[in-house]
Ligand binder design. Structure first.
Ligand SMILES: [Zn+2]
Length: 411
């Protein structure tokens, strides 16, 4: 196992305090820092610091010996690439509304754009790689998001509650077909409205949301979110789309799994995210980046209802966030301030361990010992022996463990 240094991504929606604080740097940072990437993504791989002080990227390490680093099964299944990317997200402002393709859609879209000769790094490229991008987001602080379509009966109630003449016609459309097809029809209509129609409708909707919030109505939280998005993007159809999505608040340790086709938008908070090693994003708006509505409509899944919140299933000393996705699995180990039990992590890697609270000690039978403080992580190749871990000091401690999906571990 080797100490791993995450790569900081400076997007405008990031926080100036969360990531610098985690890494022990002065706060606030000069620029917003949005994400910290722990992985072997070619766009920004994490770095391993060697005993002699030199640094080498995890991508180079994996590329040099995929079978040793990933294990044979994982290396063969994913073409010698680490299949997951672990991130810390520090969102101060809302991100874009987006969905990701399934494996089949990604392969087809990638081939289509390759054939059309669109450069892989072009701003209008939807599929820079041929891979699916399932995601799991796990809150470290209270974390707020929009995710998946709300039960249409509730959406009809919300739209009737905020009472806007400009919406009346659409409410009746959805009320007449309160199912995924009705949602698809309404979403498609809204997302393709001409700008002139949006410019008329959006101010009216935002006024109605203000009234509903003032009255302390049943959907005040949802309306506040719509207002926040409308303030930043007053002419964007994504503000209307936000009326259709579940407003989710995760407490620390709670997670959402976002499978292919799920329409989502992260609003605010700090979280761990684990995702397939892909950049295939179809945006729905609320961003200056490339938006391709017809392609988005091919991918979005209009299944509706409450999003399941995962709390982590107990598995030995860990809590496992089970999703069934082959690319990754995330689990969590917590120690309270008196609990100093030892936890054994098998040697079936590849895995990334990230300490998010307190301090832990990792040690194996070969005499390797590594201490990890909050914000520090290690890379464990598949060829490493099993490792034991326990909390040190008197603080509570927390360790996240990112591995490939269970079926692909071992040699
Ligand atoms: Zn996403």
């Amino acid at each position: 196992m080797e100490l791993l240094q995450g790569a900081v991504r400076a997007y405008a929606w990031g926080s100036r305090t969360t990531i610098p604080e985690l890494l022990g740097r002065p706060v606030p940072s000069p620029h917003p820092e949005a994400e910290l990437w722990y992985g072997a993504h070619p766009g920004d791989p994490a770095r391993v610091r060697r005993a002699d002080g030199s640094e080498v990227s995890l991508l180079e390490i994996v590329d040099a010996d995929p079978h040793g680093q990933l294990g044979t099964r994982c290396a063969d299944r994913w073409d010698g690439r680490l299949p997951f990317l672990l991130k810390i997200l520090a969102a101060e402002e809302p991100l874009s509304m987006q969905a990701h393709p399934s494996a089949e859609q990604a392969a087809e879209g990638y081939a289509r754009e390759e054939a059309a000769g669109i450069p892989r790094d072009a701003a209008n490229r939807n599929y820079p790689d041929p891979t699916a991008k399932p995601e799991l987001v796990c809150a470290l602080t209270e974390f707020h998001a929009l995710a998946g379509f709300r039960d249409p009966y509730r959406t009809v109630r919300l739209l009737r509650e905020i009472e806007t003449p400009g919406l009346a016609h659409y409410v009746e459309l959805l009320a007449g077909q309160p199912d995924p097809d009705g949602l698809r029809a309404l979403f498609t209509t809204w997302i393709t409205l001409p700008q002139s129609a949006l410019d008329e409708l959006l101010p009216e909707v935002l006024d109605a949301c203000v009234r509903h919030v003032r009255e302390g109505g049943e959907f005040a939280v949802e309306c506040r979110t719509v207002l926040q998005l409308g303030e930043a993007h007053p002419r964007d159809a994504g503000v209307l789309a936000a009326l259709l999505l579940n407003r989710v608040t995760l407490r620390s340790g709670e997670a959402l799994y976002l499978p292919a086709g799920n329409l989502h938008l992260y609003l605010y908070g700090t979280a761990i995210e684990i995702l397939a090693n892909s950049d295939n994003i179809l945006r729905c708006g609320l961003t200056p980046k490339h938006v391709d509505v017809p392609e988005l409509l091919r991918v979005v899944d209009f299944q509706c209802g409450d999003m399941p919140v995962l709390t982590g299933e107990p598995d030995g000393s860990a809590a496992v966030y089970r999703t069934g996705t082959p690319e990754f699995q995330l689990s969590r180990v917590d120690w309270d301030s008196v609990d100093r039990r030892e936890v054994e992590l098998d040697g079936s890697g590849p895995e990334i361990l990230l300490c998010t609270a307190g301090e832990v000690l990792l040690y194996d039978d070969e005499g390797t010992k590594v201490e990890l403080r909050r914000g520090e992580s290690v890379w464990r190749p598949a060829s490493d022996p099993a490792v034991r871990v326990r909390a040190v000091g008197e603080e509570v401690a927390q360790l996240f463990r990112a591995t490939s999906g269970t079926s692909l571990r071992g040699h």
